[in-house]
Design a protein. Structure first.
Length: 274
């Protein structure tokens, strides 16, 4: 009887030992997986950092190059409603830092318009007020005219201006526009002042245009004739607005990168759980 109990206890003891070993092996495997998971997270973070650095470098270089027509048509500065258009162009078009971000595509909708020219601001402010005044001159009457249904978009109209006014609107070697050029455009174009302002916003908010607003740079009219020169104050304002534009772009890129990182980490965690 005693021998049978000893055998039974020995068997139970061995089973316990086996279970303990299995548990230890399982814990070791879990620890190994956790280490691997940690290693993968670090590698993913490193890759994301390198990718972000490369993308930022490429975009920084590209921002100094000539934008293609397709890129300009997609420029977020063009995606604004007439009611949200500031009354300035360069302050040609004044910055609205609280621009709407309610649309699905933040890259296109959350771009506030830039301000790079104090003097043109006054001109466009007057023009905006004139749109509601029925006693204005014929050139300002055009401000209240509704564009037909087949009117071009600001992006499409800007593309036409590249061909129609090749000495004022440039795809390369951009030059600052004459102060008050919106008035000449209103006289020359069959479209409303609102559409003309939106199209000008597309152009003057291009990074390459902002970079062209340098001290002493010669402004040009629609025919390419010299107008006034850019002042130090105007150039400084343009640089500040360019920095703000680039900062907003960088902020959006970082947010997108964080979202991608979170998505990838969640996917890795689900894989390890299975």
């Amino acid at each position: 009887m005693t021998g049978s109990l000893d055998t039974l206890f020995a068997s139970l003891d061995q089973q316990i030992r086996d279970l303990v070993q299995e548990r230890q092996a399982a814990l070791a495997q879990v620890a190994s997986l956790e280490q691997e998971n940690h290693r993968l997270r670090e590698r993913l973070a490193t890759l994301e950092t390198r990718l972000s650095s490369v993308v930022s470098h490429v975009r920084a270089m590209a921002s100094w190059d000539v934008a293609s027509p397709a890129q300009e048509q997609d420029d977020p500065a063009c995606d604004v409603t007439a009611s949200s258009l500031p009354s300035t162009l360069e302050q040609h078009v004044e910055t609205t830092s609280e621009a709407s971000s309610a649309t699905a595509d933040e890259v296109r909708s959350d771009f506030p318009l830039s301000a790079t020219d104090e003097k043109v601001a006054t001109a466009l402010t007057s023009l905006s007020n004139a749109e509601t005044n029925t006693d204005m001159s014929s050139s300002l009457d055009n401000a209240s005219v509704q564009d037909p249904a087949d009117a071009p978009s600001p992006q499409q109209l800007l593309k036409q201006w590249y061909s129609r006014y090749p000495k004022a609107f440039f795809k390369a070697h951009t030059r600052p526009l004459q102060i008050g050029i919106h008035e000449a455009l209103i006289d020359a174009e069959p479209w409303s002042a609102r559409l003309i302002r939106r199209t000008l916003a597309c152009y003057v908010n291009l990074p390459r245009y902002m970079k062209s607003v340098r001290p002493g740079a010669q402004r040009v009219d629609l025919e390419g004739r010299p107008a006034s020169q850019v002042t130090e104050e105007e150039a400084l304002h343009a640089r500040e607005q360019l920095k703000q534009l680039q900062a907003r772009q960088k902020s959006r890129e970082e947010e997108q990168q964080q979202r991608r990182m979170s998505t990838k980490l969640e996917a890795l965690q689900r894989q390890h759980q299975h």
